[in-house]
Design a protein around this ligand. Structure first.
Ligand code: NAD
Length: 513
């Protein structure tokens, strides 16, 4: 496809939004500039919500919760099933919009929508499985049981790099659990949020009057809008996905009002390539995890520990892969690495590479590539070989830089590599490549990786709906998505029922009146 035949991004985005049913008036005349990282061009000027609009939307969501909680859970699941149908039908359009707005390559844009579909399927089944226990009681003629109830308004704050999936991970579960949902998407990706909400509107229209007005709300704006959502006492749970810095700002506000929180924050993820590794497999796993989505995944591989016995062989092949990967406009066929989100991301990458060089690192790649114009930021992924052993990770390596930089260190003893891997705050995801059973088992054991995700012979990036996603350390310990995450969106009550004629209070206590 030649550059001339590609329609301007803004026009294509507007055309997709119109087909999904988004009111064109929402796209112009506002103060929030939406941009595409593909070309740097402006795609829309949206109207930002002020404090009054935020309060109003939360108030209506709270009223919606009061009605929605009384709708039987399997019926609530029906709404999520219909949403899944809409997502299936509009997957190509929504996936394409993710490419246009977040810069992901086509398969990743579609993959993100697929994750939305998968969590809808998961949540529909869950709507018939919100089980509590019956508990053996010490009191005669009594029955004790636990019952799960919804929380209220669930606030969702999402990051630019998963502009649609993160909302779905939260919303599908929150809705079947009986909550209403208010979403503050990233200010860098408002168009995909508008598109998702148009699909929610379609699902609700098919579902009928059981879905109260205001059940799902969208807030457009930046940090101030997120802050207003977090501070509002009517929001029972805030699920916030983004940088560790954002989490540090949000967590104390929630703690001060004793609100629930799910924080999915940064990731400074590592992999270990052991001497017995299948190097072909490891090469593919490492290359995809480190370079995919231009290093802008929370699970991107950022640190690599390679055993000295295979270091030279493996790292030379990895460098060749770095040299040959196709970087460019993701609308072009064959492109595997798209743009950085914006200029600030590029500045952050340059600064990190300079710091790594000052720490003795040898940098391969990392240069800017002239694609898409001066406001678009395409870079060749960078590989930084460091002279230190695993104990000597420089400060820059212990920080998450949200760009495609892979730091590589040589190790001798597995326990040193594991200790170094664990020696960062944001330990979200991890992997080992080995064919040695003892090494693999040690890595996933209590003495191994301390991350929320620990993989063997598969890279750290990506997650599957069935396994709850998330980190357990500085990442906030949040676990969105599958597994037993639904409990985070509900509260537990214990009910004791006396079907006898006496009132045993506690052992030895008699209280006759
Ligand atoms: P960011 O922290 O800049 O912004 C995330 C969201 O938080 C945005 O919607 C933003 O407006 C909002 N926000 C920022 N400050 C806030 C505040 N004080 N109060 C309320 N809301 C606030 O992150 P980003 O640049 O959009 O995304 C990249 C980061 O997100 C990376 O660190 C990445 O690792 C992380 N991330 C984590 C996961 C995960 O599941 N753990 C998934 C995706 C992204």
């Amino acid at each position: 496809m030649n550059q001339m035949s590609i329609p301007p991004v803004a026009a294509e985005a507007a055309e997709i939004l119109a087909r999904l049913g988004v009111d064109g008036a929402l796209l112009s005349g506002g103060t929030l500039q939406a941009r595409s990282p593909l070309t740097g061009e402006e795609t829309a000027r949206l109207h930002e919500d002020d404090a009054g609009a935020v309060a109003d939307r939360i108030g209506r969501a709270h009223a919606a919760f009061l009605a929605w909680r009384a709708v039987p859970a399997p019926r609530r699941g029906e709404l999520v099933r219909l949403l899944g149908e809409e997502l299936r039908q509009w997957r190509p359009e929504l996936g394409r919009l993710v490419t246009l707005e977040a810069g992901k390559i086509g398969s990743e844009g579609l993959g993100e929508v697929q994750e939305m579909i998968d969590i809808c399927d998961f949540a529909v089944g869950l709507s018939r499985q919100l089980h509590g226990l019956t508990i053996a009681t010490e009191r005669p003629h009594h029955r004790m049981m636990e019952t799960w109830h919804p929380l209220g308004v669930v606030g969702v704050i999402s990051a630019f790099n998963f502009p649609v999936a993160v909302w779905a991970w939260n919303a599908a579960l929150a809705l079947v659990c009986g909550n209403s949902v208010v979403w503050k998407p990233s200010e860098k990706t408002p168009l995909t949020a508008l598109a998702v909400h148009a699909l929610v509107g379609r699902a609700i229209a098919r579902f009928g009057a059981d879905a109260p007005d205001g059940l799902c709300a969208l807030l457009i704006g930046g940090r101030a809008v997120g802050e207003a959502l977090v501070a509002d006492r009517r929001v029972a749970l805030v699920s916030a996905t983004g940088s560790t810095a954002m989490g540090r700002a949000v967590a104390p506000v929630l703690a001060a009002r004793f609100a629930r929180q799910i924080l999915e924050l940064g990731g400074n993820n590592a992999a270990i390539v052991a001497p017995s590794a299948d190097l072909d497999l490891a090469l593919r796993g490492v290359a995809f995890a480190a370079m995919g989505t231009a290093g802008q995944r929370c699970t991107t591989l950022r640190r690599l520990f390679v055993h000295e016995a295979v270091y030279d062989r493996f790292v030379s092949r990895l460098k060749a892969a770095y040299g040959s990967v196709r970087v460019g406009d993701p609308r072009e066929p064959g492109v595997l690495v798209g743009p950085l989100i914006d200029r600030a991301a590029h500045d952050g990458m340059r600064a990190a590479l300079a710091e790594a060089e000052a720490a003795g690192g040898r940098v391969t790649g990392g240069e800017r590539i002239a694609v898409g114009g001066e406001d678009a930021f395409y870079v060749r992924p960078a590989l930084v070989e460091l002279p230190q052993g695993p104990a000597g990770q420089p400060a820059v390596m212990k920080r998450e830089t949200f760009a495609p930089i892979l730091y590589v260190l040589r190790y001798t003893a597995l326990d040193d590599a594991i200790a170094a891997q664990n020696d960062v705050g944001a330990g979200l995801s991890s992997a080992i490549f080995t064919l040695d059973l003892r090494e693999a088992e040690r890595f996933v054991s209590v003495e191994g990786s301390d991350c929320g995700i620990a993989n063997v012979n598969i890279g750290p990036s990506g997650a599957e709906i069935g396994g709850a996603f998330g980190g357990e350390k500085e990442t906030g310990g949040g676990r969105e998505s599958g597994s037993d995450s639904w409990r985070a969106y509900m509260r537990r009550a214990t009910n004791t029922i006396n079907h006898g004629t006496t009132l045993p209070l506690a052992q030895g206590v008699v209280f006759d009146v």
